[in-house]
Design a protein around this ligand. Structure first.
Ligand code: GAL
Length: 419
C-alpha cells in the first residue's frame, strides 16, 4: 500500500490543470503498433485528446503484435534521417536510443507535472536518461495472465482455475478430451517467449527468473530449473491446435471468446480485446494469473525523437503532458486492459482484473517478486532478447530436448553478450 498512499498525497492538481489548459497547435507523427481492436481503441483516445487541444495527429501504425515490425520500421526511418516525432518504445530500448543521441527530453513537462511524485520510482528510472525524462509511460501491463472461457471449462469439467502448472496440465487434458483446444496460441517468436517467461516464473520463482532472464547468469541458464521450464513449455506445445503457426495474438483471443479454446496465456492487452468485443469480465471470460508467485511487468511508453520545427517540438511537449494527465491515463487504460502508470488515478471504475493486477503489483513490490518482462523488452537489450526468442521458437517448433535447449540458449546468450 505504501507506494500508493505516498503517491496519493502528491496528486498534482497543477499537472492536471496544465494538461487541459495548454493549446497544442503542434503536429505529431506517432509510430506505434497498436492495430488490434482493443489497441486501436486505446490509442484512439490519445489521438482524440491531442486533437481536442488543437494539434494535428499523423498516425503511423505498424501492424505486428509485440512491436518487432515497428522497431524495424523505426530503424529504417532513423537511418533515412526522417524519424517520427513520437515513438512507442520501452525498457532498455529507451536507453539505447537515448545513448545514440536520438531523443529529445521532456524534462520541462515532467517538472511542471511533478512526474517524480506520481510514478513508481522503478518505472520513473526506466523513463529517464542521465537524470532527465526522455519517455512518458502510458500504462502498466501484466504479462503473467491467463484468460479463459468459463463455458468451455464447464463443458470439460474443469471446476477451478489452475494455480500450479500441474493443475494447468490436468485442466488442459480435460479440455482436450472434451474436443476443445486447451491453449489458444499464435506461433510468433514474441508469443512463444511470452509463454516461456510465464512458465519460468511459475517453475522457478521470481529470484530464478531474475537470475536467468535479467542477469543472464550462466548457472541459472543451464540449471535443472531451466530444463524443467522447457519441459513445461513442451507440455504447452501439446495443447495448441495444428493451425497455431504465425497466428496473431488477437485471433487467439477470439478463439477463447468463441469457446473454441479454453485458455490463452497472454498479457492484459488481451483484456482490451475482450472488452472491445463487448465481453464482460468474470462472466464471459475469466482472468487469472498464470501459476507462479510474482508479477511480470511490461509498461508502454512514448519517446520523442529529435525532429526539426517548432510545431513538432511543441507537439511533443503537448503529447507528453497529455499522456501523463490523470484523465488520459484513466480512459486509455480502461480501453487497453492495463492499469495507469500514475499511482494516483483511482481504480473505482476499473474491473476486477485491473484491481487484481494493482493489488498483485503492490504485493509483488512488497515481496520483491516484481520482475521485468524479457519477452516485452523490459529486461535485456534487444540483441539478447533476440537470442531468447530465436531459441525458444526453435524449441517450440521442433523436437529439441530440454537439455539441448538450455545448452544452446546459454551459448547463444554468451555470444550475444560478447558482441
Ligand atoms: C506489447 C505491448 C502491449 C501490446 C502487445 C501486443 O509488447 O506492450 O501494449 O500491445 O505488445 O501488441
Amino acid at each position: 500500500m505504501h507506494i500508493c498512499k505516498a503517491m496519493m498525497a502528491a496528486v498534482s492538481v497543477a499537472g492536471a490543470l496544465s494538461a487541459s489548459a495548454a493549446r497544442a497547435d503542434g503536429t505529431v507523427e506517432v509510430l506505434h503498433w497498436w492495430t488490434s481492436g482493443g489497441e486501436a481503441k486505446a490509442v484512439g483516445e490519445l489521438k482524440k485528446a491531442f486533437e481536442a487541444e488543437g494539434g494535428e495527429w499523423i498516425d503511423s501504425p505498424i501492424a505486428g503484435g509485440g512491436g518487432d515490425a515497428a522497431m524495424t520500421a523505426l530503424r529504417a526511418r532513423v537511418v533515412a534521417g526522417n524519424p517520427p516525432t513520437a515513438v512507442q518504445l520501452k525498457g532498455p530500448g529507451i536507453q539505447e536510443w537515448a545513448e545514440q543521441g536520438a531523443l529529445n527530453d521532456v524534462q520541462s513537462v515532467a517538472d511542471e507535472g511533478n512526474w517524480d511524485a506520481v510514478l513508481p520510482p522503478a518505472l520513473a528510472e526506466i523513463m529517464k536518461y542521465q537524470g532527465k525524462y526522455v519517455a512518458a509511460p502510458v500504462n502498466i501491463h501484466r504479462v503473467d495472465w491467463m484468460w479463459a472461457n468459463p463455458e468451455a471449462l464447464k463443458k470439460a469439467g474443469v471446476e477451478e482455475m489452475p494455480t500450479t502448472w500441474d493443475e494447468f496440465n490436468a485442466a488442459a487434458d480435460k479440455l482436450q478430451a472434451a474436443g476443445i483446444v486447451p491453449l489458444a496460441h499464435g506461433g510468433q517468436p514474441w508469443q512463444d517467449a511470452t509463454l516461456f517467461e510465464d512458465v519460468v516464473l511459475g517453475i522457478g520463482g521470481a529470484d530464478f527468473f531474475r537470475k536467468a532472464l535479467v542477469e543472464l547468469d550462466p548457472e541459472a541458464l543451464t540449471s535443472d530449473m531451466m530444463v524443467k521450464s522447457f519441459d513445461q513449455l513442451r507440455k504447452l506445445r501439446g495443447y495448441v491446435d495444428p493451425n497455431f503457426s504465425g497466428r496473431d495474438w488477437n485471433l487467439a483471443t477470439a478463439m477463447v471468446m468463441r469457446g473454441e479454446a479454453g485458455f490463452q496465456i497472454m498479457g492484459d492487452w488481451a483484456k482490451g480485446e475482450f472488452l472491445a468485443a463487448g465481453k464482460v469480465p468474470e462472466q464471459d471470460f475469466l482472468c487469472w494469473p498464470t501459476p507462479g508467485k510474482g508479477f511480470v511487468l511490461n509498461s508502454d511508453s512514448f519517446t520523442f525523437f529529435k525532429v526539426e520545427g517548432e510545431d513538432r517540438i511543441e507537439g511533443q511537449k503537448v503529447l507528453a503532458r497529455l499522456i501523463m494527465s490523470p484523465e488520459f491515463q484513466k480512459v486509455f487504460n480502461l480501453a487497453k486492459g492495463s492499469i495507469p502508470a500514475r499511482t494516483d488515478v483511482p481504480l473505482d471504475d476499473f474491473d476486477a482484473c485491473a484491481k487484481r493486477s494493482h493489488a498483485d503489483l503492490l504485493a509483488a513490490i512488497e515481496n520483491d517478486t516484481l520482475v521485468p518482462s524479457m519477452a516485452h523488452e523490459m529486461a535485456v537489450p534487444r540483441s539478447v532478447r533476440g537470442e531468447f526468442l530465436d531459441l525458444v521458437t526453435a524449441f517450440f517448433n521442433s523436437d529439441m530436448s530440454s537439455e539441448d535447449a538450455v545448452k544452446q540458449l546459454a551459448a547463444a546468450i554468451k555470444r550475444a553478450q560478447e558482441n
